[in-house]
Design a protein around this ligand. Structure first.
Ligand SMILES: [Zn+2]
Length: 452
């Protein structure tokens, strides 16, 4: 039975109804961020799950629903470093800086505030609730694809879960140096014959001065993992010479500045990485010490960039580090990361605020979650301002939430009606998680930080 019908039968239509996507697709008008640059007064045409045209002069199908957004339309943000189920926990503000991740992961305070309740909630069977909450949190921050899921264990069709070997050919590992040869051999083989497009691994996560984190680069080489397709997450302790070697072997960097600076007081030497022509993607890590999502991490990276003399990145480069670069790092440039015909219709519309002198790239790197007008995943409008979602048409169950004082509509039932828990609503998920967290003396983390 189609999931939508199951939902209707379960009587969950007390929430406002939004229409099924019209068969004629959508034409979204606004300022476009395209591979060639900014296109003022542009149009993106979406048919089913794909972008069929994007530009200043495109033919709009007669039966398409035309929406004048007056906003900035960007490719959906692609998050290559997250630990989704941990994002139900409020911020952790340690009163000390740590040498490396091996230090804080052992601390009783971390165990009490995060690790023990996380393990207990997972043991209680709440991991899918936790993941759904985190995926909606990611969407509210402009993300349309993320790693760090439970590998389809509870997919609801919210964001694309990228770390699935069968669909996206991406593998993700937090402790690669602990992997056995039996585990690593097939990964190296699949990378070599392109069955696996990317292996995203945590490495050298500690302060600049941390010797153990620095040594991990040599250990990685010893395991035969300095090979194309590998991207190193964090790399805080990497030295300039390491980046030269990485570039020579087409090994990339995934940069998570906020979490690094909050835990270790330093972050990766992205100046040396850029200088060595290492490809750099930006990601939030997780919300307890990183940003609530990729839009927040873009804000953080832009603020950090402003403290560098000269500025290391342009706003355009920062936007690329959250869109086209991560698509490239996972070998999915033909599917994701650009407003271009043939790509997946994953996009983000932002309401411009601030002075008119700023361009669309600046708008994206300085936008708050309140400014997110629309997030579309594979052509499905899942989240955004009520008036915009209304225009996508009136008969799917939707819910209203408040983000930073701004009212938003969400379609929690997800992509193409793929629902593995048909009786699930956002309100129900939130209430389950609040009750569970209260048991451990914790509150449910907010979706966004609202500039705090
Ligand atoms: Zn991580």
């Amino acid at each position: 039975m189609p999931n939508l019908i199951r939902l209707l039968m379960l009587g969950l239509c007390t929430s406002p109804l939004l229409a099924q996507s019209p068969s004629g697709g959508f034409a979204l008008r606004g300022t476009l961020i395209t591979p060639g640059g900014i296109v003022e007064n542009g149009t993106v045409v979406i048919q089913q799950n794909k972008i069929t045209a994007a530009g200043a002069k495109v033919k709009v199908p007669a039966n398409a629903t035309v929406i004048d957004t007056h906003g900035v339309i960007a490719p959906g943000l692609i998050d290559l470093h997250n630990h989704l189920t941990y994002n139900v926990f409020p911020r952790w503000r340690p009163i000390e800086e740590f040498g490396s991740r091996y230090d804080w992961q052992q601390k009783p305070i971390y165990q009490a505030l995060i690790e023990s309740p996380h393990a207990a909630m997972v043991a209680d069977g709440l991991e899918c609730e936790m993941e759904r909450y985190a995926e909606l949190k990611a969407i509210s921050e402009g993300e349309t694809a993320a790693v760090g899921s439970l590998a389809n264990a509870c997919s609801m069709g919210l964001v694309h879960n990228l770390d699935t070997e069968d669909e996206w050919h991406v593998a993700y590992n937090v402790f690669p140096l602990q992997m056995t040869e039996t585990e690593l051999t097939p990964i190296r083989q699949k990378l070599a014959n392109h069955q696996l497009h990317a292996f995203l691994i945590h490495l050298s996560e500690g302060g600049h001065e941390d010797a153990s984190a620095a040594r991990e680069f040599d250990m990685l080489k010893g395991r035969g993992l300095l090979v194309p397709g590998v991207s190193l997450i964090h790399g805080v302790a990497l030295q300039p010479a390491n980046y030269v070697e990485m570039a020579a072997h087409n090994v990339n960097l995934i940069w998570s500045p906020r979490s690094n600076l909050e835990l270790y007081g330093s972050t990766a030497d992205v100046a040396s990485a850029k200088n060595a022509h290492v490809k750099i993607a930006l990601s939030p890590d997780w919300s307890p010490t990183g940003s609530a999502g990729l839009l927040g991490e873009l804000n953080y990276a832009a603020a950090w960039n402003d403290t560098q003399t000269p500025h290391l990145f342009t706003d355009r480069e920062l936007v690329a580090m959250a869109t086209s670069v991560p698509a490239d790092l996972i070998g999915a440039s033909d599917r994701l990361g650009a407003l271009e015909a043939g790509r997946e219709a994953d996009l983000l519309v932002i309401k411009p605020e601030g002075e008119a002198k700023h361009d669309a790239y600046w708008t994206v790197t300085h936008a708050t979650a309140a400014q997110v007008m629309l997030v579309m995943v594979s052509g499905e409008p899942l989240y955004g301002d009520p008036d915009v979602l209304e225009k996508t048409g009136p008969s799917r169950p939707s819910e209203k939430i408040e983000v930073c004082g701004s009212s938003k509509t969400l379609l929690f039932t997800g992509l193409h009606g793929q629902v593995d828990a048909a009786d699930e609503t956002w309100a129900h998920s939130v209430s389950i998680l609040q009750t569970a967290l209260r048991h451990y003396g914790r509150d449910l983390a907010p979706l966004a930080e609202c500039g705090q």
